[in-house]
Ligand binder design. Structure first.
Ligand SMILES: Nc1ncnc2c1ncn2[C@@H]1O[C@H](COP(=O)(O)OP(=O)(O)OP(=O)(O)O)[C@@H](O)[C@H]1O
Ligand SMILES: [Mg+2]
Length: 352
């Protein structure tokens, strides 16, 4: 197939005076694009890279790809990850990964948590703040955790995100509201181990976007491949307070401490996989996603869903999903081509 690889390169991103230095931490490097290109080529495909911006509307009809491999994170707005898929849908071009609604929803953590709550899926109690002086809900108790609603790569996540009293909470809210200019999410702080689960594939139809109320009902996860859970050995970073911070995800990425498969018993892995499948399903994910959890040490390691990432990082060396794929026995090439094949198959491109 002719595949258009669509991404937003850090080096192509707009800059302006006073821009926060972490502003484009989410975007991709040229090395990652070269790695994905090589992987797709090894699968027998022709690859054309295009920056994921409005120019696609003119370029793609000329390039005429069979499918787009989309990892564009977008630049601005509360649904930036949904911008490129929206253009692709208007052009009628197939693409990999989740669609517009899912990418817009999951970028917004409070909105996603409302959906999780509706389905009784475990996620830390929370409150979203638009102003630093809004009263704290009486059922929110310290310690709490403060982070932006719509960022990734740990942006805004530092040891100071853990707050133990009103004064620290208000100070963090002021800093993050000013820096990130979006609602700030305050959650119960979950003390415990940190694990992430990669999922590749698609739930076999028909699967409505809801979870049965009956706990005895069969756990629907057919069609999904669960990669082995990876534990981030957060306690090995003395300076990071047991949190998978922005610093670990950027500056310290080459001295990354992790264990994969995580040291968990079969029952615990089964529960994580079920929760990963459940959030994949209720948020309408397709082809690939990575679900981040914390295991609460005060509740016998009960897993709490922090978020789902339908555009997980694909750096072959240090991205969580790629490490998990390796532990599963897949090469990087196999992982990338599997994502493409899942999308192609679902859209009828593999027939005949
Ligand atoms: N409620 C919480 N309690 C304890 N730690 C938390 C909580 N929320 C977030 N964290 C810590 O902060 C890290 C980053 O949080 P989260 O996954 O929500 O942010 P992110 O920037 O979207 O991450 P990603 O790089 O996966 O996109 C988590 O991996 C975890 O270590
Ligand atoms: Mg995360």
């Amino acid at each position: 197939m002719h595949v258009a690889l669509l991404a937003n390169l850090k080096k192509n991103a707009p800059t302006w005076e006073g821009m926060s230095p972490d502003r484009w931490d989410d975007l991709d490097s040229e090395e990652t694009i070269a790695d994905i290109t090589r992987a797709l080529e090894s699968g027998g495909h022709k690859v054309t890279f295009l920056e994921g911006n409005i120019e696609l509307a003119h370029r793609l009809p000329k390039v005429k790809p069979d499918i787009c491999f989309n990892i564009s994170e977008g630049h601005f707005g509360d649904a930036r990850e949904a911008h490129v898929p929206a253009i692709l849908e208007m052009l009628g071009i197939p693409y990999t990964g989740s669609r517009v609604l899912t990418l817009a929803l999951t970028l917004d953590k409070p909105m996603t948590k409302r959906v999780l709550k509706y389905h009784n899926l475990p996620t830390p109690a929370f409150q979203a703040f638009e102003r630093a002086n809004e009263p704290l809900d009486p059922d929110m108790t310290f310690p709490l955790f403060v982070k932006p609603s719509r960022e990734g790569t740990g942006m805004g996540v530092t040891p100071e995100s853990i707050v133990y009293n009103e004064e620290q909470l208000r100070a963090q809210l002021r800093i993050q509201l000013e820096r990130y200019d979006q609602p700030i999410l305050v959650e119960d702080y979950i003390k415990g181990r940190e694990v992430t689960v990669g999922v590749v594939g698609n739930l076999a139809a028909p699967v409505a976007r809801r979870i049965p109320d009956d706990v005895e009902a069969p756990r629907i996860q057919r069609g999904l491949t669960f990669l082995p859970p990876m534990e981030i050995d957060v306690d090995r970073y003395e300076s990071e307070a047991g949190i998978y911070t922005s610093r670990i995800k950027t500056e310290l990425v080459h001295e990354f401490y992790w264990t994969c498969p995580a040291n968990l018993d079969e029952e615990a892995v089964e529960e994580l996989n079920w929760l990963a499948a459940a959030i994949f399903r209720v948020t309408g994910c397709q082809d690939v996603a990575r679900v981040d959890f914390r295991l609460n040490e005060e509740e016998d390691n009960k897993p709490y869903i922090l978020e789902i990432n339908p555009l997980p990082g694909l750096n072959p060396e240090y991205s969580d999903l790629c490490i998990e794929a390796r532990a599963y026995g897949w090469t990087y090439e196999e992982l990338v081509n599997r994502i493409l094949d899942e999308a192609a198959e679902r859209q009828g491109l593999l027939d005949g």
